[in-house]
Design a protein around this ligand. Structure first.
Ligand code: MLT
Ligand code: MN
Length: 311
């Protein structure tokens, strides 16, 4: 199974359009230690011919340019896409706005929880996905589901979705619904992606607010985990005067600190653990930073666009 990182940054990308934080400035200056990154997405394939996209980022068009395997080749029909399906883990703008790039009459399957499908159905801009061609398939939690190719044949890839601590998408928050803004279990899911033929699998967890014991037990001994790397420090955006929210308020665990992901994963035996969905302010984005050294020491990698892993 081939996994290609289409976008390693969090919402806004790296550098973010309106951010003048030193990290973003380094990236704009094309400093080799500050590789730009597009917004959060993975692509998965068994044969590098048919691909499934996990989260549709607003940068999808650029991501296809960066990954030509995801575009048609000469021998393909005049209208064709190797993208067989799209799987959404939440309704965040960085994970759904890219659907608009897939407009017009092209067949693919769209997988998401019923909650997220309802959000898509309610917003008429997504009518650009012609329902005669795009099949929306609701995903049941904690149940294996075999992904289907755009012609409805079986892909050989199974996915099990499960709810993780998180919150409803920022643009859907309802301040009248209490401290969790009306969030429900289906708002934030993680995926176990499984190759039926070889039995290999990996976890994709791009948003997660904390790591309870059940989640530790679930991912312990995994070969590969992609995990929410939004912030280094819970209050880094406030401290650096580029925002007013903590990571906790945004539904994202931070890397450092007693409640952080480094600590939570310390005792776990995971062959490869890779941070993804990394915010433009996170100092660990910078290759030669002290924070990156700490990640290296703890056995973590930091995803970058076009990174490819075969398992
Ligand atoms: C998040 O991950 O918290 C969201 O993508 C934030 C946003 O909507 O920009
Ligand atoms: Mn996001």
């Amino acid at each position: 199974m081939f996994i290609r990182v289409l976008g390693a940054a969090a919402g806004g990308g790296f550098p973010q359009w309106n951010c003048n934080h030193p990290n973003s400035r380094l990236a704009r200056a094309k400093n080799p230690n500050a590789k730009p990154r597009t917004q959060s997405s993975l692509a998965v394939s068994l044969d590098k011919k048919k691909w499934f996209i996990f989260n549709a980022s607003p940068d999808l068009r650029q991501q296809l340019w960066q990954n030509p395997e995801l575009m048609p080749v000469k021998s393909d029909p005049l209208r064709y896409s190797p993208i067989m399906g799209v799987f959404l883990t939440n309704a965040d703008v960085d994970h759904t706005a890219g659907l608009i790039n897939l407009r017009e009459s092209q067949a693919f399957n769209l997988y998401a929880t019923q909650r997220v499908i309802d959000v898509i159905n309610k917003n008429s801009i997504f009518n650009v996905l012609n329902p005669k061609f795009v099949k929306k398939i609701p995903v049941k939690l904690d149940t294996y589901l075999e992904l289907l190719n755009s012609d409805s044949s079986k892909s050989g890839i199974k996915v099990k979705a499960f709810a993780v601590p998180g919150k409803v998408a920022l643009w859907l928050e309802d301040v009248n619904k209490g401290p969790n803004f009306g969030s429900v279990e289906e708002d934030t899911i993680a995926l176990e992606v499984y190759n039926q033929e070889t039995g290999s699998s990996f976890y994709y967890i791009p948003a997660c607010a904390n790591v309870p014991d059940w989640l530790k037990n679930k991912i312990d001994n995994a070969d590969l985990v992609f995990f929410d790397g939004t912030l280094w420090k819970d209050d880094e955006m406030i401290e650096q005067k580029v925002g007013i929210k903590t990571g906790k308020r945004m539904g994202h665990i931070s890397m450092s600190g007693a409640e952080g992901s480094l600590k939570a994963f310390e005792e776990l035996q995971i062959k490869r653990k890779i941070f993804i969905h990394i915010n433009t302010t996170n100092p660990a984005l910078i290759d030669n930073s002290e924070e990156r050294k700490k990640l290296d020491k703890a056995g973590w990698e930091v995803a970058y666009d076009t990174m490819e892993i075969a398992i």
